[in-house]
Design a protein around this ligand. Sequence first.
Ligand SMILES: *[C@@H]1O[C@H](CO)[C@@H](O)[C@H](O)[C@H]1NC(C)=O
Ligand SMILES: *[C@@H]1O[C@H](CO)[C@@H](O)[C@H](O)[C@H]1NC(C)=O
Ligand SMILES: *[C@@H]1O[C@H](CO)[C@@H](O)[C@H](O)[C@H]1NC(C)=O
Ligand SMILES: *[C@@H]1O[C@H](CO)[C@@H](O)[C@H](O)[C@H]1NC(C)=O
Length: 302
Amino acid sequence: MSRREFIALSSLFLLFFGGVTSLRDVKLLVKPPVVIRNGTAALICSRDMQDAPLYSVKWYRGNHEFYRYTPLETPQTRVFGLPGIFVDMNNSTGSQVVLKHMDISLAGNFSCEVTADTSFATQIATKFVDVVCLPDFGPVLKADKDRYQPGEILRANCSSSPAKPAANLTIYVNGEPLYSSETSLHPSESGLLWSRVHADIKVVPDLFISGRLRVECVATVYDVYKKSAKLDFFTPEADPRPERITLNGSAARRGSFNQWILLFLVFFLPMLVSAEDYLDDGADYYDDKAEIRRAALTLIHL
Ligand SMILES: *[C@@H]1O[C@H](CO)[C@@H](O)[C@H](O)[C@H]1NC(C)=O
Ligand SMILES: *[C@@H]1O[C@H](CO)[C@@H](O)[C@H](O)[C@H]1NC(C)=O
Ligand SMILES: *[C@@H]1O[C@H](CO)[C@@H](O)[C@H](O)[C@H]1NC(C)=O
Ligand SMILES: *[C@@H]1O[C@H](CO)[C@@H](O)[C@H](O)[C@H]1NC(C)=O
């Protein structure tokens, strides 16, 4: 009688006599849950063996096994070559397998299957693992005009560069999401998808909060990517440029002129002094220089 037959018979025996301890709660945890192209992921297979000995743990992508752990065999771990799968043997054990250089083509269902020794009870857990390619650039937001009068339609476009999956685009008007906007997806040469959203916004006076209407476009890929672009529109009464001029008003400018003179004193006077020091061989060198600097600093405090 072979070992397997013996085990099968004894498990039948155990089944009839109620002594079966069986594994349960096989779970597959993927860290991180969303993998960025060329990145690394750990596929952690947890289980409750309920004191039953472990026979094997097998990891699959789709129906193809790529890694196996059998504690009673030597070697205990085995890798089965699958295109695109690079197992990091140094970090792979009986409870996890670490994959490196994951390409977007590897996105798919991964499973781990646990088998208990005496009963050959088997449980499998499956999880969809997404490998994403993030957009190279942030979103680009454009409007058909620079300025709008109340009653006009503001036509805005926002596009996000190719990604997989395509980035989600949301347009916000003064911080409120615009759900009426429509997103379209377009294939790129690299086999990725770029997305575009278009919005028509009826411009009413209420939209200019303190004279400003803000349109923003936010591109996201799950919670691993978030970038935005914004455009501000002003009412004719509230031109943004005078605001900037008042910031550098005449009072401020006079103040900064004084500061320049003081800076000149602090930095150039000591240089003049050091030049002189080369001439008379300076026991007084340090004292003189420090004194001038003190004088200049006193000026600053005036
Ligand atoms: C595993 O570890 C050894 C020694 O620490 C190292 O030389 C080797 O490059 C590592 N292999 C991988 C695949 O990281
Ligand atoms: C992954 O598994 C789910 C459910 O088991 C299935 O609906 C889906 O089509 C699978 N995805 C792939 C890419 O095979
Ligand atoms: C927005 O996209 C549409 C469709 O491609 C195009 O006709 C229109 O000129 C674009 N508008 C702006 C402001 O880029
Ligand atoms: C886009 O948004 C939808 C709905 O909120 C969400 O289910 C989906 O996962 C998002 N896709 C990406 C790539 O972020």
